[in-house]
Design a protein around this ligand. Sequence first.
Ligand SMILES: *[C@@H]1O[C@H](CO)[C@@H](O)[C@H](O)[C@H]1NC(C)=O
Ligand SMILES: *[C@@H]1O[C@H](CO)[C@@H](O)[C@H](O)[C@H]1NC(C)=O
Ligand SMILES: *[C@@H]1O[C@H](CO)[C@@H](O)[C@H](O)[C@H]1NC(C)=O
Length: 160
Amino acid sequence: SIAELFGIDASSAQYSSNETAISVTWQPSSTSGVSYQLTCKRVGSGEVWNASSSTPSGTCGSLQSGQAYELRVAVQKAGFDDVITRLSNQLTKLFGIDASSAQHSSNETAISVTWQPSSTSGVSYQLTCKRVGSGEVSTASSATPSATCGSLQSGQEYEL
Ligand SMILES: *[C@@H]1O[C@H](CO)[C@@H](O)[C@H](O)[C@H]1NC(C)=O
Ligand SMILES: *[C@@H]1O[C@H](CO)[C@@H](O)[C@H](O)[C@H]1NC(C)=O
Ligand SMILES: *[C@@H]1O[C@H](CO)[C@@H](O)[C@H](O)[C@H]1NC(C)=O
């Protein structure tokens, strides 16, 4: 009998990313005992990141904000040629915001913050105000680059 090494199904891939990393999970190969190598190649420069794993997931880290990456997954098993599956054509990482652009104002019960928008369009923002010491958290979501945490305690310190 001839064993076969099965690749992965690109449509099963789920992506998440933050400013510096892209994480991908996918349905495992139908072949047992395989390992996976996720490769993130920066479009243009050709710079490559690899992440190897025995589980069907990987994270490429230390990436540049706002750059596009091509992703692929190689299924590997000793004695077989790698089976490579290309994932989404391109994944453009989100741009974060510039912390130095943030402007704060506050009164007895609320902290308002505005910041320069992300260079990525169509994003939304979530402001989190965490009370120092207690860890109590207040969040505010917004489609515009500003938000207000309300119902706060006077005289307390908050991390934003
Ligand atoms: C981005 O995600 C990576 C991988 O999950 C994590 O290690 C890193 O701390 C995250 N960075 C930020 C700024 O959230
Ligand atoms: C990534 O993996 C590929 C294929 O296995 C290899 O040719 C390349 O040298 C690796 N690159 C890095 C930066 O590890
Ligand atoms: C404090 O600021 C919040 C948000 O701008 C506002 O809704 C609230 O009325 C203000 N409270 C006082 C006491 O000025």
